[in-house]
Design a protein. Structure first.
Ligand code: PBG
Length: 323
């Protein structure tokens, strides 16, 4: 028997009924707010393609972290800009780097936040690639030790979770080993396991000044056409010791998030990346969309697909709207 016995509209009649049977309930509990740390003090420069997002010196990072914690957001992820870039991105592992100093400052100020750090070389290398270069090639194995050193410097500064985003093979194992050797066995690894070579990172590259100076990232980041390969990347990172795995970008890859969620019983994160954010902001500024409804629908979709941890530049707005 179907209609008239079955009427799905019965449960959509009022907000109380809809709320009672809602399958996906978003909250601030899974949100991570990305921030860009730069050298100096009292620096706060807005990223032109990302309204409301700033490059900030450690003292300013702390101020915004207080606001973030006050909004009930549990975590931030820090990206760093160096004083000087060089061939091997040596400032990535400097104890005096903007990320390392920011973590220390957050800890000193006793701001109650989980601090994640992005582990990569592209912001620190003169060529803008995520590994070291020889004869125009991005070398895999020689990059691993540098990434592990960067991760160790973040742990020493007080990071809770390190998040390698470079897509070199074997980096999770190299970082896990390095952390364990230095008694940081309790520092977790969130790996950008399925990171696609995406045009959706455009505005981020302005924010992090990390655009490759030649070529592109196709030899290490994943081909957007591949979903099964993402499952293999995730399996490898889990074998190497990843605690949380991430799919990135989020919206154009909801199918990948769903497949990863289905296959693996570990926390799944998704990165709602810079262009996903900038497109919404631009359309909202033009008055073409209802920003609040669009953003809450986006966050709901990413969670519905299977991500319980969501990195998003919208985090502060979402927290305000959910209050
Ligand atoms: C560094 C890194 C990138 C992003 C996060 N980590 C850029 C890239 O790979 O080019 C993108 C984040 C965003 O677009 O918001 N490897």
């Amino acid at each position: 028997m179907t209609f008239p016995a079955h009427r799905p509209r019965r449960l959509r009649r009022t907000e109380a009924l809809r709320g009672l049977v809602r399958e996906t309930r978003i909250s601030t509990a899974g949100l991570v707010y990305p921030m860009f740390a730069c050298p100096g003090s009292k620096v706060r420069t807005e990223v032109s393609s990302m309204p409301g997002i700033f490059q900030q010196s450690p003292d300013q990072i702390v101020e915004e972290c207080r606001e973030v914690a006050g909004l009930g957001i549990p975590a931030v992820i820090l990206f760093g800009l160096p004083e000087k870039k060089d061939e091997t991105g040596s400032e990535a592992a400097s104890p005096k780097g903007a990320v390392q100093l920011s973590i220390q400052a957050i800890r000193k100020a006793k701001v109650d936040l989980l601090v994640l750090t992005d582990v990569c070389l592209c912001e620190y290398t003169s060529h803008g690639h995520c590994g070291v270069i020889k004869d125009g090639e991005v070398l895999n194995d020689p990059s691993l030790a540098l990434l592990a050193e960067a991760a160790l410097s973040h742990a020493r500064a007080g990071a809770d979770i390190v998040a390698p985003s470079d897509m070199m093979d074997g980096r999770v194992a190299a970082i896990r080993r390095k952390l364990d050797e230095n008694k940081f066995q309790d520092i977790a690894i969130l790996s950008y396991a399925a990171k696609y070579c995406s045009a959706f990172y455009g505005p981020f590259r302005e924010a992090a000044q990390s655009a490759p100076q030649f070529g592109d990232r196709r030899s290490y980041q994943m081909d957007p056409a591949n979903a099964r390969e993402a499952l293999r990347e995730v399996a490898l990172d889990l074998e190497e010791g990843a605690d949380i795995i991430m799919v990135k970008p989020a919206l154009p890859y909801l199918d990948v998030i769903a497949r990863v969620r289905d296959r693996f019983d570990v926390p799944v994160a998704a990165y709602n990346v810079s262009a996903e954010f900038s497109m919404v902001k631009a359309a909202a500024q033009k008055g073409w969309i209802d920003e609040q409804r669009i953003v809450l629908e986006i966050i709901t979709s990413i969670q519905r697909a299977g991500a319980s941890v969501i990195l998003t530049y919208h985090a502060k707005d979402v927290a305000r709207w959910l209050k």
